[in-house]
Design a protein around this ligand. Structure first.
Ligand code: MN
Ligand code: MN
Length: 337
């Protein structure tokens, strides 16, 4: 069988299975479900594996089924879906099973050195952005120069949000991955200004508890922790300085109703995924995207499970289910500064 593994989130690909006594009606099955199979010869079949089959990490069983007479099912081969390597930001999981394939415009995976995200073409904003934070990322002197940039890496034909789409809207250009979290090099800082990392956020929210929580995350990083952070906007419709709006710029850009964050905090070390335990600190908040008035960020803490219910995503999906159940159950009650 080739390949025997892929990274999660890849596009549809062709799998080749070698064997014997294949006939034109033999089919390759993926976890028992037939794939669209091509008969190459009595010793070789190929099939297309859809992207959706490999969006999540794990294993799948691959068999060949040949009908009667003389057929049957071959013994299973194990196919492995490994975590998308080179993307440290998805160490704890890809919460929506985002796919790096334009056939998934509502859940399109973009991976960068600086962060990873699931983009929603028709909302014009990310579903979520994921990033790792430790002291390395924030030790440096990159200039935070407010240079918002259209993301020219979006697929051809997709609308590319411009900074001007926010002008006079009553909403700020809110960073998901904070620019101050990518301060170690100018290139990293500049990448935080791509419009795919920006969403319409009231300044009361953005400059209020949202900003204070960002600062607290950097404090935790400077205290010797590594953080895995997810942030996004949920729902539709917020109230900014010019009133309630569901979209901006003639509908190309959706205003979320709520802004949320999910944060895991680990002491710095190696092999972070293996060190998550039932006592690992996790912080989650949900804020309304309106004018407030807002209180201190700690008052908005909820359980990770409640953000999963709100968004439909599964955070920390690379962590064992038993540990997830423990760390996602309760709202954080730790220090807030
Ligand atoms: Mn859960
Ligand atoms: Mn989870």
């Amino acid at each position: 069988m080739a390949p025997t593994f892929v990274e999660n989130g890849v596009s549809a690909f062709t799998i080749t299975v070698n064997g014997s006594s294949f006939i034109s009606t033999s089919v390759i099955k993926w976890n028992g479900t037939a794939l669209t199979t091509t008969f190459v010869s009595a010793t070789q079949l190929t099939a297309t594996v859809p992207a959706a089959n490999v969006s999540a990490t794990g294993t799948a069983s691959v068999t060949v089924f040949t009908g009667t007479p003389g057929g049957g099912t071959t013994s299973a081969l194990t196919f492995t879906i490994i975590p998308a390597s080179g993307n440290v930001h998805l160490t704890m999981g890809n919460p929506s099973g985002a796919v790096k394939n334009t056939s998934y415009p509502a859940n399109y995976l973009i991976t960068r050195g600086q962060y990873a995200l699931s983009y929603h073409r028709d909302r014009g904003i990310a579903n979520w952005v994921a990033w790792q934070l430790n002291s390395t990322w924030i030790t440096g002197s990159a200039v935070d120069n407010d240079q918002f940039k259209t993301d020219a890496t979006l697929p051809t034909g997709w609308y590319r949000v411009k900074t001007g789409d926010y002008t006079n809207s009553g909403f700020s250009r809110g960073h998901l991955c904070a620019s101050a979290d990518r301060k170690n090099t100018q290139a990293n800082m500049d990448t935080a200004y791509l419009m795919t990392n920006i969403f319409p956020q009231t300044q009361a929210n953005n400059g209020g508890p949202w900003a204070v929580l960002e600062t607290y995350c950097r404090t935790l990083a400077n205290q010797g922790n590594v953080l895995y952070i997810y942030a996004g906007g949920q729902g539709t419709g917020g109230t900014g300085l010019n009133g309630y709006k569901t979209t901006l710029a003639n509908g190309v850009l959706t205003v979320p109703a709520k802004t949320w964050k999910v944060i895991m905090v680990l002491p710095s070390g190696t092999n972070d995924l293996s060190r998550v335990s039932t006592s690992t600190r996790c912080i989650a908040v949900v804020l309304n995207n309106n004018l407030g008035p807002f209180s201190s960020w700690g008052t908005y803490r909820v359980s990770v499970d409640s953000v999963e219910s709100l968004t439909g995503y599964d955070f920390f999906s690379n962590v064992s289910q038993s540990i997830q159940s423990a760390i996602e159950l309760n709202a954080d009650s730790g220090p807030t500064q």
